[in-house]
Design a protein around this ligand. Structure first.
Ligand SMILES: C[S@@+](CC[C@H](N)C(=O)[O-])C[C@H]1O[C@@H](n2cnc3c(N)ncnc32)[C@H](O)[C@@H]1O
Length: 246
């Protein structure tokens, strides 16, 4: 069973595409008229120009709203398209799940003329207060270890690939790991955690960390320590769009 057959059950409840992140992805796609969405999940951020969604999890495919592009149950490592079939390959918050990153990128280069990836810089793993102050080391390191370095991603896309920061809005509607940086209570909600792969994976092992967060919120310690964050509208937590021509 694909990991997302478990995580995916409540995914659509908390992972609604954020319009500001959507706009950044569309800018990076640069007018592509045909797109393959790789690791497409339930179809967040899928542009209307998408001709095929590639997704291994049947549970995620079942959550795709009607009217989106056809989805095929397949992986990045074997994209069922002919060479040069599309203008762009899009991969949103998915490359850290691929068992064979080199093969997945080779496939995107084979089928598309442009590659656009939304990913996270593992070099910033301890910039986020939840990781730095609460989560156990193994949970922080698990995420950082499976996210490829930005240099690896740019190298795999090819010469000229560039990484652009994607700051997280304070009211981000897409409940990924960093989305609730200014809404700390959200991490106490099991439905929120169920939509975030590293928090879902560590499950009950996070109980002491979450108890400490709850206590710090209750006592005001968190708010005193993070007063500077409360006036910010967006924050760079290491999310990056890496894009380039193949
Ligand atoms: C965090 S979700 C992101 C889904 C969607 N792109 C989004 O932004 O909502 C990661 C997705 O990657 C998929 N995935 C896992 N392994 C994959 C692989 N080898 N090739 C393609 N997709 C994969 C998962 O099934 C899951 O749907």
């Amino acid at each position: 069973m694909a990991v997302y057959d478990t995580i995916g059950r409540t995914y659509a409840e908390t992972r609604r595409p954020d319009p500001r992140i959507d706009a950044a992805i569309r800018r990076a796609l640069g007018g592509a008229r045909s797109v393959v969405n790789v690791g497409a999940g339930a179809g967040s951020y899928e542009p209307p120009e998408t001709v095929l969604a590639v997704e291994p999890s049947a549970v995620m495919i079942a959550q795709r709203p009607a009217g989106l592009a056809p989805a095929v149950q397949a992986t990045a490592e074997a994209i069922p398209l002919a060479d040069g079939a599309v203008d762009a390959a899009l991969a949103v918050l998915t490359i850290h799940h691929w068992p064979d990153l080199g093969r997945g990128f080779a496939e995107m280069r084979r089928v598309a003329r442009r590659i656009v990836v939304l990913t996270w810089d593992p070099g910033m793993a301890r910039e986020f207060w939840l990781s730095a102050e609460y989560l156990p080391d193994d949970a922080v390191e698990w995420d950082a270890a499976r996210c490829p370095a930005l240099e690896t991603v740019t190298r795999l896309i090819g010469p000229g690939a560039e990484a652009t920061p994607v700051p997280v809005p304070h009211d981000c509607t897409d409940g990924f790991f960093g989305a609730f940086w200014r809404r700390p209570e959200a991490y106490l909600d099991p439905v929120v955690r169920a939509g975030i792969s590293n928090l879902a994976r560590f499950g009950d092992a996070l109980a002491p960390a979450l108890d400490r967060l709850a206590a710090d919120l209750e006592s005001g310690v968190w708010h005193r320590r993070h007063a500077g964050l409360l006036g910010l509208d967006e924050l760079d937590l290491g999310y990056r769009i890496v894009a380039g021509r193949t």
